[in-house]
Write a protein that binds this ligand. Structure first.
Ligand SMILES: C[S@@+](CC[C@H](N)C(=O)[O-])C[C@H]1O[C@@H](n2cnc3c(N)ncnc32)[C@H](O)[C@@H]1O
Length: 229
């Protein structure tokens, strides 16, 4: 039994379990980050399984979300794609049908090991441990497609607007000329705390002189911006 949200998509009652698991993970992470630090905190939650239920076949929502995000990528062939903060690599896997090569990068080395095993059957997809805030200079200008789904609000606080604008500039630097950046963040309604944060993220990236807004989309329960470098 699914509930339909207009023409946008569906959520099944059992997907509530996914939101509960995500909320539990976020509480655990908030504690861990102050005690063991950013990288070890994410490694720890991945070591105990699938922290945001992104690969759990019982949940329809996440599967559908990766399909929708991949569907919002402009319809052209890409050369090199990057999924930043890729977690278990489910979106990166979708990109592999659209690009000659795809690199998934995440701060959690544990997640990268798990993703490499899960997606070993996809020859043009590979994973590397890396920090979005400290990427190697060899990435600059290398990607004609970048996706960032639900990662930015996990970066160390405080996440101020000026800082987000600098982040947008450094992400834009990774794009080759005319490359596409797809940004997706949780969005429920305009006034709750998480949606306000998502809106600030998208506004900062849209503001960036290095990026041009191609399109924006609202879906239950996320916001997507497609930008061009
Ligand atoms: C909610 S998960 C989203 C994963 C994936 N994008 C998806 O949609 O399934 C957030 C991810 O951001 C990653 N992350 C957090 N801080 C990061 C950083 N500084 N650099 C790279 N990845 C980071 C976490 O390890 C985690 O995998």
């Amino acid at each position: 039994m699914f509930q339909q949200f207009g023409k946008w998509g569906f959520i099944a009652p059992r997907d509530i379990g996914l939101f509960l698991r995500s909320a539990r993970t976020d509480t655990t992470l908030a504690d861990l980050r102050t005690t063991v630090g950013q990288q070890a905190a994410f490694d720890t939650v991945y070591a105990s399984g699938d922290p945001w239920a992104s690969s759990d076949p019982r949940y329809f929502y996440q599967r559908r979300k990766y399909e929708v995000l991949a569907g919002l990528v402009p319809d052209r062939r890409f050369s090199r794609a990057l999924d930043l903060g890729c977690g278990h690599g489910n979106l990166a896997r979708k990109l592999a049908a659209k690009a000659d090569s795809v690199l998934g990068v995440d701060i959690a080395g544990v997640a990268m090991e798990q993703a490499a095993i899960t997606h070993a059957d996809v020859p043009n997809l590979r994973f590397e441990q890396g920090d979005a805030l400290d990427l190697p200079a060899r990435y600059d200008g290398q990607f004609d497609l970048i996706t960032i789904a639900d990662m930015i609000y996990y970066l160390p606080p405080p996440i101020e607007d000026a800082w987000l604008k600098d982040l947008a500039t450094s992400v834009a630097r990774l794009l080759s000329p005319g490359g596409i950046l797809l940004l997706a963040n949780h969005y429920v309604y305009a006034r709750d705390k998480d949606s306000r944060m998502s809106r600030r993220i998208h506004d900062a990236f849209s503001w960036s002189p290095s990026l041009r807004v191609v399109s924006q989309h609202r879906r239950p329960f996320y916001l997507v911006s497609v930008l061009a470098g």
